[in-house]
Ligand binder design. Structure first.
Ligand code: SF4
Length: 88
């Protein structure tokens, strides 16, 4: 194999490696990070009523009218779960 053919083969291999790396990076970027997923209500002991005066409408994570930033599903303003964090 002459020197030019070796260089050309090396260039093709390098290009293929870069392409594979770029494809892998694009695939990784599209994966949702674990922290972006909300917790299941049962996993955080969600209930439809307040607990010791604590309720969703007073929690940092509550999103009116009936959502939560960290717990999945419909959330009552009068509900409560183990992730409760009082609004400051
Ligand atoms: S108490 Fe739990 S379910 Fe309610 S808003 Fe806060 S984190 Fe969400």
């Amino acid at each position: 194999m002459d020197e030019q053919a070796k260089l050309s083969r090396r260039s093709v291999l390098r290009g293929a490696a870069l392409l594979a790396g770029g494809t892998l990076a694009a695939a990784v970027i599209q994966v949702k990070p674990a922290y972006a997923q909300k917790a299941a209500q049962a996993a955080v002991k969600y209930q439809e009523s307040p607990s010791n005066g604590q309720k969703c409408s007073d929690c940092t994570y509550f999103q009116a009218p009936s959502s939560c930033g960290v717990v999945d599903g419909k959330i009552s303003p009068n509900g409560w779960c183990a992730l409760y964090n009082k609004k400051s």
